[in-house]
Design a protein around this ligand. Structure first.
Ligand code: FAD
Length: 498
């Protein structure tokens, strides 16, 4: 049972990440005098800056860490409580913080994010990157490292492998191609040369592109000249972990090489060994020549064992639900997230959730799916704030348009990347057709068609196609008459559909 309440707020938001901060901002936009508490475990809050609406659903922004006082100055009726929530008492509508205080709420929004799935706990040589502190910890360890193993195939792994210099990188991916979370094998083939060569190669666009789904066949090794890749910026310990989290940080190892990346495809981790464990292991086959000389060893399902200085676990996040579950009866999704409905409401009364901690369990638009990204954390936080305010004001609220179409703008390997709709033909089975255009080193354009209608696209490079394709996806025009002309580089497609 919780102790005596210090205060009861109309709204309590837990978490100072993008979702929580956006939710707070939205509450104040609709109810300027709202009585709101933001309870956050981190000393800084994350703020969205330089927000730019690129098209109807595609947006671009930076994320900065700021002192919470910035929010308090902006919203005089906001109380920022610097402590982690220790427990939630959903029935009596209150939260208890680590420092022993109890706060009541009328409505609560849980935006506690996620934490990296770690391969193992307690090893100083196995790191997960989540926030500024962990990024700096990695940077420190890397400066003495000669070889690291990166496990994972999502956005963090992609950027990390590209960014790390002065150190051998072994990259273990469970799929047939790199970047499987975001791309297909064709896009991966387009990006792979960026790990070895650096100057974009000039080549004429080819309508039928160099697309291969062949298995990469075990290991691919690339070595780049140290002078070729220059990454701007010096070490900046204060820099925020935003969509460009790696830009402000120098990720350099102890070696002279610029980059040496070996990709181990289609494998997962069997076991992580200390040098002693490896030496005394009964499985003699595990012992590589260098047994005992590395601080940590990793055995993969492809039968190989590598010694290295650091293992980076970049295999996704687990929703941060632990403090909220005991004593309550939240419906949880398969991925461990708090289930939310089309008003961002959990299964517990008056409790909403947004961002990485939640799992969207409404019937989604055929062109939208959840991915744990900044963009969606912002959109969900904003929509949760709108829903809470609307309920408070007894006003109706409609589903935000951003949930009509999945869109994500980011950069990988220095290329602008726009992903739209079912960009990887997710859930379409064989009922789809792909159109591709690729200019090596310059652009990669993939369109996913279903029943002659565009349902998704991957745009890598400065294609300038995002707005037109977004419109074509949203209006579901029958594109059958246009056939392959749709991607003819000699046709100005924007004029075509004007
Ligand atoms: P978070 O940003 O994790 O915020 C959670 C907040 O809750 C924190 O303030 C935390 O302190 C607080 N909290 C947690 N537990 C409690 C508690 N018990 N009590 C009180 N407060 C608590 N996405 C992209 O779109 N593009 C990218 O390029 C990209 N790069 C990434 C790189 C890295 C290294 C990582 C780790 C993630 C990246 N992501 C990227 C994903 C993105 O960071 C997340 O989707 C986004 O931060 C989720 O926002 P959130 O507000 O839900 O959670």
């Amino acid at each position: 049972m919780a102790g005596e309440r210090e205060k009861t707020f109309q709204f309590v938001v837990v978490g100072g990440g993008i979702a929580g901060v956006t939710c707070v901002e939205q509450l104040f936009t609709q109810i300027p005098s709202a009585d709101v508490a933001l309870v956050t475990a981190s000393p800084h809050i994350k703020a969205v800056t330089n927000h730019k609406q690129v098209s109807r659903t595609v947006e671009e922004f930076d994320v900065e860490e700021r002192p919470p006082s910035v929010l308090e100055e902006k919203f005089p009726t906001l109380s920022v409580i610097h402590s982690a929530v220790k427990s939630l008492h959903a029935q009596s509508h209150c939260v208890e913080t680590e420092d022993g205080r109890v706060f009541g709420y009328g409505m609560l929004c849980i935006c506690s994010g996620g934490r990296p799935k770690l391969l193992t706990r307690g090893s100083p040589h196995v790191l997960g990157i989540r926030d500024t502190d962990s990024a700096q910890e990695f940077q420190k360890c890397l400066s003495k490292a000669k070889r690291i193993v990166v496990v994972g195939n999502g956005g963090i792994a992609l950027e990390l492998v590209y960014k790390v210099e002065g150190c051998e990188v072994i990259w273990a991916v469970k799929d047939k191609a790199i970047g499987n979370t975001f791309f297909d094998a064709g896009a991966a083939q387009f990006l792979i040369p960026s790990l070895e060569a650096d100057k974009p190669q000039e080549a004429a666009p080819c309508k039928r592109p160099c697309y291969t789904t062949e298995e990469p066949g075990g290991v691919q090794t690339f070595t780049a000249d140290r002078n070729v890749h220059k990454h701007g910026g010096s070490a900046n310990p204060g820099s925020a972990l935003g969509p460009d989290w790696h830009r402000g940080i120098v990720l350099r190892g102890a070696e002279q090489v610029s980059r040496r990346v070996s990709v181990e495809y289609q494998c997962e981790v069997v076991k992580i060994y200390t040098p002693e464990e490896l030496l005394h292991s009964a499985e003699q086959t595990l012992k590589p020549e260098s047994a005992g000389s590395w601080p940590v060893y990793i055995q993969l399902t492809n039968g190989k064992t590598f010694g290295c200085d650091i293992i980076v676990s970049a295999t996704g996040v687990v929703p941060n639900t632990d403090p909220f579950l005991p004593g309550n009866s939240f419906a949880l999704a398969e991925d461990g997230g708090l289930q939310v409905d089309d008003h961002m409401m959990t299964s517990e009364p008056d409790i909403y959730a947004a961002g990485d901690v939640c799992t969207a369990c409404w019937e989604p638009s055929p062109l939208w799916h959840q991915m744990r990204l900044w963009t969606q954390a912002r959109q969900m936080g904003c929509y949760a704030g709108r829903c809470m305010a609307a309920r408070f004001l007894s006003e109706p609220v409609e589903m935000d348009f951003c949930f009509e179409l999945f869109s994500h703008l980011t950069t990988f390997f220095n290329y602008k990347v726009v992903l739209l709709g079912k960009f990887n033909a997710q859930g379409l089975g064989s009922d789809h057709q792909l159109l591709l255009r690729c200019t090596k080193g310059q652009e990669y354009v993939k369109v996913v068609l279903s029943g002659g209608r565009m349902v998704g696209a991957v745009l890598i490079g400065e294609t300038d196609l995002e707005e037109t394709f977004e419109n074509l996806i949203l209006n579901q025009m029958d594109l059958t008459p246009y056939g392959e002309e749709l991607l003819n580089p000699n046709i100005d497609i924007e004029d075509y559909f004007d």
